[in-house]
Design a protein around this ligand. Structure first.
Ligand SMILES: NC(=O)c1ccc[n+]([C@@H]2O[C@H](COP(=O)([O-])OP(=O)(O)OC[C@H]3O[C@@H](n4cnc5c(N)ncnc54)[C@H](O)[C@@H]3O)[C@@H](O)[C@H]2O)c1
Length: 261
């Protein structure tokens, strides 16, 4: 028996990277899963791979109506919602504030915050009424950048700190009915997208360079794979964590114990 047997989950950004590993593991744990993603192509590939075991919704987390459609479509298909996983996110390419021309700031801010912060907030608002009915839970993918500098540039770090604020306030507001927690991955080998307006400012690294730089930054010397994080999501989605709310599992190779040298 899977630890999520009988549960229904909605996962944003489940088409690639960390999200698609969560989807696969939740299915292995016998959950029914709806994937909400921008990419029709990625959703079609998931459908081809998992067939009737998953439901897909193509849409943009920036739009409130799309979030509402994802929730109602999940409930129409599977009858209820137990877990909402807010995961779709974009990156800023490690750009420092002075590296950015003032005329790109507004666009970059809008692009990044509207996915990494507003997308989570909209998804939470759309999902909450259904989660209240099932005494369910929300899990937000945040980041090492939610706690420490230099896990991205200033925009990404600020957006991921905001994600931590969303978790804490929503855990407070949603108790006693709905638990709200987070998982904070460290640098992970995915194709995390740099938001369009910042691409011209960003230096692209080969996959080897990326792997080496991630390994050098954490005490466990790991270039993490998406699969390294998924057990944390399973725990937080399952009834085994029924006493846990407002918490974040750091899955980052030990960023908190880096020391001073
Ligand atoms: N990769 C890392 O090093 C890392 C580290 C810490 C935290 N994170 C966080 O993990 C999450 C997932 O990152 P990833 O590396 O797996 O990214 P990814 O780019 O590999 O996958 C993201 C998925 O989200 C979808 N998406 C993007 N914008 C969307 C939108 N507006 N609406 C709906 N879907 C959208 C994409 O189509 C894609 O399928 C993000 O929140 C990211 O900030 C990533």
């Amino acid at each position: 028996m899977g630890s999520l047997e009988g549960k229904v989950a909605l996962i944003t950004g489940g088409g690639a990277g960390i999200g698609s590993s969560i989807v696969e593991r939740f299915l292995n744990e016998q959950a029914k899963v709806c994937v909400f993603d921008l990419s029709e192509k990625r959703l079609a590939l998931l459908k081809e791979k998992f067939g009737e075991r998953i439901h897909t919704v193509c849409g943009d987390v920036k739009n409130y109506q799309d979030n509402e459609r994802a929730v109602s479509s999940t409930v129409n298909c599977f009858g209820k919602l137990d877990s909402f996983v807010a995961n779709a996110g974009v990156f800023d390419g490690f750009n420092k504030l002075l590296d950015l021309k003032p005329d790109v700031l507004n666009e970059a801010y809008e692009e990044l915050f509207s996915i990494n912060v507003k997308g989570y907030l909209f998804g939470a608002r759309a999902a909450l009424p259904e989660l209240m009915k099932t005494k369910g839970n929300m899990i937000f993918t945040i980041s090492g950048a939610s706690f420490y500098p230099d896990g991205g540039g200033v925009l990404y770090t600020a957006s991921k700190h905001a994600g931590l604020g969303l978790i804490r306030q929503l855990a407070f507001e949603s108790a006693p009915n709905v638990r709200v927690n987070g998982v904070a991955p460290g640098g992970t080998i995915t194709d995390l997208t740099i938001t369009p307006s910042l691409r011209p400012y960003s230096i692209s690294k080969t996959s080897g360079e990326r792997e080496a730089s991630i390994k050098n930054r954490n005490p466990l010397r790991m270039a993490m794979q998406p699969e390294d994080h998924v057990s944390s999501y399973v725990l937080l989605a399952s009834d085994q964590s029924r006493a846990i709310t407002g918490e974040v599992i750091s899955s980052d190779g030990g960023l908190g114990v880096r020391g001073l040298s």
